[in-house]
Ligand binder design. Structure first.
Ligand SMILES: NC(=O)c1ccc[n+]([C@@H]2O[C@H](COP(=O)([O-])OP(=O)(O)OC[C@H]3O[C@@H](n4cnc5c(N)ncnc54)[C@H](O)[C@@H]3O)[C@@H](O)[C@H]2O)c1
Ligand SMILES: O=C(O)C(=O)C[C@@H](O)[C@H](O)[C@H](O)COP(=O)(O)O
Ligand SMILES: [Zn+2]
Length: 373
């Protein structure tokens, strides 16, 4: 039997921008109240693959007396494109959307990133509510207000901070999520374990089978703990002036792998390799103990997530990492651990250190195929 929803509050930059992340089963009846009384028109943005869910959300809004239209966008990273944003702006314009209207994003992290970006830019900012349907969307992308599209030069290079008015994480959605997508989301869950909440790591290690079952109580606890980590950080540093950078653990190399793979790797798979790389960096500079460094590879491997990448791609990866948002001029910056749940920043003026750490995770080219998740 489904238990009561859990509500995790997120503090915004002003009291009016505080919002809730609600975690539970079937939560759609809460959507009209989350949108608020002033909203009359709603654009529901969903990927082609989730048309039925998008239609259900539209019908729920219509039943509540709102004017609801849908915009169907390409699936996954193909949706995070300027032409897709432009298509959504066109739909908003043709339907006379005003500043008191809203967008509802229904889908994985790619959809919440794109829809959030459209909401941030239409009339310089309208309300958005996220209904994440993937594990990764629930534990990470829908929370915290980072929105983004990709460009030819790299991942998430254009975007805005635009927090949602609320998030409805309906765990029932995980029932149809393919297993590789569930595991991709687990990479971000494990990231939260290493940077802030080691109980997450203990839970994953103790329950390998339950972790792969989206309906398990273990997955619910992992979702709640991960959202609590993210909510705690973004509540104090929305615009990434400081500790929000820790949420980027594993992403400097991870995003570069996604670009090198033309977005054919799942985000979490690329982050998984990036986490092991960051652990090796931390170990090499003498900050991270061997046991915690080794734990990265062990826990990610136990889930079937990749922990190595092609050695012939180093130069392209380095180019990609230079465009990471944590870079400052020619200086590359990485999140590393000084110990379990002790994230810190490492400035790397000399790329030979990065190359040395990369040797620890480099594989023959065929490794990339085996690990594409
Ligand atoms: N804004 C942030 O803070 C943040 C955080 C983490 C990741 N991200 C971004 O999120 C994206 C990754 O998110 P993702 O892993 O959810 O990818 P995704 O949105 O591409 O979804 C993955 C796949 O799962 C399918 N899917 C989603 N929900 C489903 C369901 N319930 N049933 C069946 N299929 C379903 C989607 O259609 C898609 O094919 C990346 O673009 C990443 O950069 C953003
Ligand atoms: O919320 C954050 O901050 C994060 O860094 C979370 C990451 O998991 C996420 O992938 C994010 O989109 C990366 O952001 P970027 O600033 O490196 O584009
Ligand atoms: Zn991420």
């Amino acid at each position: 039997m489904a238990s009561d929803p859990t509500v995790i509050p997120v503090t915004g930059e002003s009291p009016a921008s505080n919002y809730d992340v609600v975690i539970g089963n079937g939560l759609l009846d809460r959507l009209p109240a989350m949108l608020g009384e002033r909203v009359h028109r709603v654009l529901v943005i969903h990927p082609r693959a989730l048309r039925a869910t998008g239609d259900t959300v539209r019908d729920e809004l219509a039943a509540a007396g709102l004017t609801a239209v849908t915009a169907e966008i390409p699936d996954a990273e193909e949706g995070k494109h300027i032409q897709v944003a432009s298509f959504c702006w066109q739909v908003l314009g043709q339907n006379d959307f005003t500043r008191s209207d809203a967008i509802v994003a229904v889908g994985g992290g790619a959809v919440t990133d794109l829809a959030g970006f459209v909401a941030a830019t239409w009339l310089r900012g309208i309300k958005v509510v996220h209904i994440p349907t993937s594990l990764l969307g629930m534990v990470d992308a829908a929370v915290g207000g980072k929105t983004a599209i990709n460009t030819a030069e790299g991942k998430n290079l254009v975007g805005a901070f635009h927090p949602p008015a609320g998030v409805l994480a309906d765990l029932d959605a995980l029932g149809t999520l393919p297993k590789n997508e569930l595991l991709s989301g687990m990479a971000e869950v494990i990231k939260c374990g290493f940077i802030a909440d080691p109980a997450i790591l203990d839970l994953v290690e103790a329950n390998p089978e339950a972790v792969a079952d989206g309906a398990s109580d273990v997955v619910r606890e992992l979702v709640e703990r991960s959202i609590a980590v993210k909510a705690g950080i973004v509540s104090t540093d929305l615009r990434e002036a400081g500790r929000r950078e820790y949420l980027n653990y594993g992403h400097t190399l991870g995003h570069s792998i996604e670009l090198a793979e033309r977005y054919q790797w799942r985000h979490g798979a690329a982050v998984s390799v990036g986490l092991v790389f960051a652990a090796e960096l931390g170990r090499m500079v003498g900050r991270l103990d061997d046991a915690t460094a080794d734990r990265h590879k062990a826990i990610l491997t136990s889930l079937g997530l990749p922990v190595t990448y092609r050695k012939d791609r180093w130069s392209a990866l380095l180019d990609g990492m230079r465009r990471d948002k944590k870079s400052r001029g020619d200086l590359l910056r990485f999140v590393v651990l000084d110990g379990l749940a002790k994230p810190s920043m490492l400035e790397v003026p000399d790329t030979s250190l990065l190359f040395a750490a990369y040797q620890e995770i480099a594989s023959e080219p065929q490794g990339g195929i085996r690990l594409s998740l």
